[in-house]
Design a protein around this ligand. Structure first.
Ligand code: FRU
Length: 499
């Protein structure tokens, strides 16, 4: 067996990037900068536009922020296993939101008891810039062996970056006590400064007397927190459908409205048996109360693999990443890593302010060649071994795009009877991933090594799926009377994930 670990070499990080140490029977092997880059490029299963870890398990995006000209992506990371395990914060930086440079592990868990079968760790949380400009990260620490009978306990902490943004330091616990009626799940803080209240506010995902809920806390100094009230309590059907608690709640101001996004751990949607779905609500935030415009939750994505979304504000844009995963499907055994991030998406509201819109950020557009490989025609085309974008607009009804690899289905996307659907090689045929889509709209589809992200009707209809079979299609057949363009990645703008 080979064990992978990440070394701390802060003094060399600026010149050569991260150093990876491989411990094997042959001894210790050290790989740096260009070597890692070659190694990642040579992996045919690795998407080129979507971030993935060098090795091992990754889940939620966390601590997202931009400092000067550099974007920072942190992520839930198990640095010595291909399954979920003791959670660390992995770290990568980018100048364009698409090409990422791998950095050393940023934050380590307090307890590491996985050998005892008890895993916890430094869980999800957000980056917060205080009014004096100082940056800190709020996060949850799960203490796995807190009580042999009750199991784990979750507490909230602050970590601050060192001068070089390489390692977390100055860790303090800021919230330990759960309000009455709140069980073990008590995690994933999102903190902001609230001008109206003239105080700090934090939300946490939890449950109240068994109902999944989002809890609101307040603080005058960011260190001492009081429970204020539930911000949201899920309707009873969520509990009946298996939901145990809210995870990764996101709450942010967008175009004079407030948007709440939530995942529900354990929830299985009865109609399609999907889990890991995200739901959104749009409304007002008045006197510490969230007042949704309509009581119904909006399904954020009609696919299966868009979870734990975290958004943050940068230069006037609300940008989001999410983890592309579903516990039902896994990468095939022997894969170098598990987990990818979505494309960076920019959030806005639909014109009637009833729906959240998500579209790839402009930085993604910059990575596609100006000259399309296909324009204004239907037909059968060979595909490059690289990410593509398909754009259809106008007469979408009856359109179909089928990609194959060696004659076998890779993916099929179509619009029929006002219904947009995605089918992958791995689907058994009985499950349909569908959304309503009126004719005369637009549709953008990105394909990158098995990852499909669809943005239709200006981004109000989004569908994300992770395919694990036939992920490098060689043919694409499009039949459509809509105006059609297929763009390929601009090789000049692109390089492998690590530098
Ligand atoms: C969501 C989640 C979070 C938690 C983290 C642990 O995927 O379960 O609630 O903080 O992952 O890795």
């Amino acid at each position: 067996a080979v064990l992978w670990a990440y070394g701390y070499q802060p003094q060399t990080v600026n010149e050569t990037g991260i150093t990876v140490f491989e411990f094997s029977q042959k001894g210790i092997l050290q790989r740096t900068g260009a070597e890692i880059e070659d190694w990642l490029r040579s992996d045919p299963d690795r998407p080129a536009l979507h971030f993935s870890p060098i090795r091992h398990w990754m889940n939620d995006p966390v601590g997202l922020c931009k400092i000067d000209e550099l974007w920072h992506l942190f992520y839930q990371f198990h640095p010595s296993g291909s399954d979920w395990g003791p959670m660390h914060w992995g770290h990568a930086t980018s100048r364009d939101l698409v090409n990422w440079r791998h950095m050393p592990v940023f934050l380590h868990p307090e307890q590491n008891l996985w050998r005892l079968g008890a895993t916890g760790g430094a869980f999800s949380g957000n980056a917060f810039r205080d009014r004096d400009g100082s940056l800190m990260f709020f996060y949850t620490e799960r203490l796995p062996a807190y009580d042999l009978f009750k199991g784990y306990r979750e507490i909230q902490k602050i970590a601050r970056p060192d001068r070089l943004m390489i390692k977390a330091e100055g860790i303090v616990t800021v919230l330990e006590e759960r309000p009455d009626g709140v069980e073990h799940d008590f995690r994933d803080p999102k903190v902001w400064w609230d001008d109206t209240a003239n105080a700090y506010r934090m939300i946490l995902g939890a449950s109240i007397e068994g109902d999944p809920a989002v809890l609101l806390f307040g603080s005058g100094d960011g260190l001492d927190w009081q429970y204020l009230r539930p911000l949201y309590r899920a309707p009873v059907n969520f509990r009946q459908e298996g939901a145990r608690a809210v995870e990764c709640p996101d709450f942010f101001r967008l175009e004079e409205k407030w948007v709440l996004v939530m995942g529900f751990v354990g929830h299985v949607e009865p109609r399609t048996r999907r889990h890991n779905l995200l739901y959104a609500m749009i409304g007002e935030f008045i006197d510490d109360c969230f007042v949704p415009d309509v009581p119904e939750l909006q399904l954020l994505d009609f696919g299966t693999d868009y979870y734990a979304m975290q958004s943050f504000e940068a230069g006037g844009r609300q940008i989001a990443f999410a983890w592309l995963f579903n516990w039902e499907y896994r990468k095939p055994e022997g894969s170098a890593y598990s987990g990818e991030m979505s494309l960076p998406r920019v959030l806005s509201l639909s014109e009637d302010r009833k729906r959240l819109r998500m579209l790839p950020t402009i930085e993604v557009d910059d990575h596609f060649a100006a000259a399309p490989i296909v324009e204004e025609q239907s037909g059968k085309f060979s595909l490059p071994m690289a990410p593509i974008e398909i754009r259809l607009s106008g007469a979408l009804e009856g359109s179909k795009a089928v990609a194959t690899q060696g004659g076998e289905l890779a993916f099929e996307v179509g619009v029929a009877g006002g219904i947009l659907s995605i089918r992958l090689a791995q689907d058994d045929g009985s499950i349909h991933y569908v959304a309503e889509l009126a004719d005369g709209k637009d549709l953008r589809l990105f394909h990158d090594c098995g990852i499909i992200e669809i943005f239709a009707d200006g981004g109000t209809v989004c569908g994300t799926r992770r395919g694990y079979a036939n992920i490098n299609p060689d043919y694409l057949e499009i039949s459509s009377s809509a105006s059609t363009r297929v763009l390929e990645r601009d090789a000049k703008r692109c390089c492998a994930a690590a530098r």
